[in-house]
Design a protein around this ligand. Structure first.
Ligand code: ADP
Ligand code: MG
Length: 613
């Protein structure tokens, strides 16, 4: 029998200050006290597990390592009990009466620096155990240490300046926290309310959690297990549970690292990119855990924006448990995590691209758009991302792609730039006039079909020291080809281009003989440096002002083309008809360039031409 009498203690000044704020702030997320107390219980069990490794003499050694939560809606109480390491009398004083807890220290420091008592600050810091006082009229902490000779005690406080400790007979090992709820917090005495909170925050606490005798957390902290022991189905089940998904994951990366940070991560790429279907923009949803306790289900800066399609879990022991959603934004630690995980994931994609080509290509056709976004916007990862991009090209088969590295490996020594063409489809690009000059010179051209490609190519700018160049840009210079038989002489060509410029007037900026045409009679090149044909099309589609600026193109003609030879013959003999033909040639070129705004005049002209046949 203990002869000890109840003893009253004053809280340390800082704790008083903290409690005052906790109790009086209108902190909206009151439910986080559940998470804090469960995570403390989990820590206590973890510590006991460790102690068991080295100590033989442990009190109540047969107890299961579990957490029991009970609610009593008549008495308006919630109780959280663990069979963990427990606390002795001295430990109760030290841990619950003084400020040992780093989160609370940080909190008070921030308060001090802020100069004012800013109650909003509380939302930015976990206050650990003291968060119980947000909902409690009174808190009773029954605890008994694992040490055999330590008797049990109960620590009691209503959160005002003091607490009391007295002996408590018949305690089992561990800690039982009974919270007598405030009237406005009586919801936490409801089984349903607490169940929902536990499922959300503590589903992956690796110790069993029972709520009113029923197990709540069925899913294990899969990411902490050895990957050789995990079956595919387990991964899939976890993915579905964690991401609230119904599909099967397409790719997964399970890795751990010790340096520079201790990380266990399990990342999934879903089967489909829902943004593609026009669903809402995806939100970051790789959850952040610290030792199996959820810190934030949707941490904003844990991963770069373009990785918002990933699902899964990142668990880092190096995070302070009390870190909360609001502090995440400016945490150097989060930045470090971001760096490590992004780098690792990019490496993983590189390996996939090398070792599982088909799977990678399927992934790419679904999620490549995010990699492009990253390549264009995320300077830090641009180089790695650009390597992962894939394009069809003038030498790949339809549906097959090439990387920029492979393109470069095929470049001849005289080729200095990487060429690409943007168009709605392979067929459209291949039947247009731009490609033939490149084909005739054995120059490979990448095909870009997506609306963002032009933007991406412009931002990426170069690869491996080679400039990315639009093949339909007016500045592109191509080498001379041997002059074929029967072309218009240089003199005649000059006459014809001058006549064309004259005839077409304002519609063209310049007319000249082309070095890029092989079969087609003519092509139109964009003379506007600031608005590419593709951009113009997009602006028009979006009905933006830019589309109304008068179009100025360079017309390039092919002196080898029978059409041009015939035009040269007729431009003096039947000038009226030749003029119609010239207009029609320009319109045809504009159609191929996707630049013809209004086809109506063309139809009338064609009828006129048909009359004269
Ligand atoms: P933190 O968990 O970050 O250390 P808390 O304010 O949550 O901060 O808890 C303060 C301390 O109280 C803990 O470090 C621990 O030593 C002790 N403690 C709290 N809950 C328990 C428990 N259930 N079992 C044993 N010790 C506990
Ligand atoms: Mg804690």
């Amino acid at each position: 029998m203990s002869t000890e009498t109840p003893q009253k203690f004053e809280f340390q000044a800082e704790i008083k200050q903290l409690l005052d704020i906790v109790i009086h702030s209108l902190y909206t997320e009151k439910e986080i006290f559940v998470r804090e107390l469960v995570s403390n219980a989990s820590d206590a069990l973890e510590k006991l597990r460790h102690t068991q490794l080295t100590e033989k003499e442990i009190f109540d050694d047969k107890l299961d390592l579990e957490i029991n939560v009970t609610t009593d809606d008549k008495a308006k109480t919630i109780t959280i009990q663990d069979f963990g390491i427990g606390m002795s009398r001295e430990e109760l004083v030290k841990y619950l009466g003084t400020i040992a807890h780093s989160g609370s220290k940080q909190f008070l420091k921030a308060l001090g620096e802020g100069g004012q008592k800013n109650a909003n600050l509380i939302g930015q810091f976990g206050v650990g155990f003291y968060s119980a006082f947000m909902v409690a009229k009174a808190v009773k902490v029954y605890s008994r240490s694992w040490r055999k000779d330590e008797p049990g005690h109960v620590w009691i406080s209503d959160g005002s300046g003091s607490y009391q400790i007295e002996p408590s007979e018949g305690e089992r090992r561990g800690t039982k926290i009974v919270i007598e709820l405030k009237d406005d917090a009586s919801d936490f005495a409801q089984d349903g309310t607490v169940k929902e909170i536990l499922e959300r925050y503590s589903a992956f606490v690796s110790f069993p959690i029972n709520l009113n005798g029923k197990r709540v957390n069925t899913v294990q902290a899969l990411w902490l297990r050895n990957k050789n022991e995990i079956k595919d189905e387990e991964y899939t089940e976890f993915y579905k549970f964690q991401a609230h998904a119904y599909d099967e994951p397409r790719l997964r990366l399970h890795f751990s690292a010790d340096a520079p940070l201790a990380i266990n991560a399990l990342l999934f790429v879903p089967k489909e990119n829902t943004e593609k279907f026009g669903f809402a923009r995806l939100e970051q949803s790789v959850a952040l855990y610290c030792r199996k306790v959820l810190i934030d289900a949707k941490p904003k800066n844990l991963l770069p924006e373009w990785l918002r399609f990933l699902k899964g879990v990142v668990d880092s022991e190096d995070l302070p448990l009390n870190i909360s959603r609001e502090t995440m934004q400016d945490k150097a630690l989060i930045e470090k995590l971001n760096k490590v995980i992004t780098k690792r994931f990019l490496k993983f994609l590189e390996e996939e691209a090398k070792n599982r080509v088909d799977a990678y290509n399927e992934f790419y056709s679904e999620f490549g758009i995010f990699l492009k976004e990253g390549a264009a916007m995320d300077f830090a990862h641009k180089d790695q991302l650009v390597k992962l991009l894939r394009f069809e090209s003038s030498i790949t088969e339809k549906g097959k792609t090439t990387s920029l590295a492979d393109y470069v490996s095929r470049m001849g020594s005289e080729q200095k730039e990487i060429y690409y063409l943007v168009g709605p489809s392979r067929a459209a690009i291949e039947s247009g006039p731009y490609l033939e000059g490149f084909k005739a010179r054995n120059l490979e051209v990448l095909f870009c079909y997506e609306a963002v490609d032009e933007y991406v190519m412009n931002n990426v700018r170069e690869f491996d020291g080679k400039k990315l160049t639009a093949a339909d840009h007016a500045d592109v210079k191509l080498s001379d080809l041997p002059k074929p038989e029967g072309a218009l002489s240089e003199d005649d060509t000059k006459k014809l281009t001058a006549w064309l410029k004259d005839t077409l007037g304002e519609r063209v900026a310049e007319v000249k003989a082309s070095d890029r045409l092989v079969d087609s009679p003519a092509l139109a090149l964009n003379a506007d440096k600031f608005m590419s044909p593709h951009m113009r099309r997009m602006m028009k589609a979006m009905n933006k002002d830019g589309a109304d600026t008068p179009l100025r193109v360079n017309l390039e003609i092919n002196p080898r083309s029978p059409v041009m030879k015939r035009l040269f013959e007729t431009h003096t003999s039947t000038p009226d008809k030749a003029k119609l033909v010239a207009e029609q040639i320009l319109d045809n070129a504009l159609i191929s360039a996707g630049l013809l705004d209004d086809a109506t005049p063309m139809v009338a002209r064609l009828y006129k031409l048909l009359e004269s046949v």
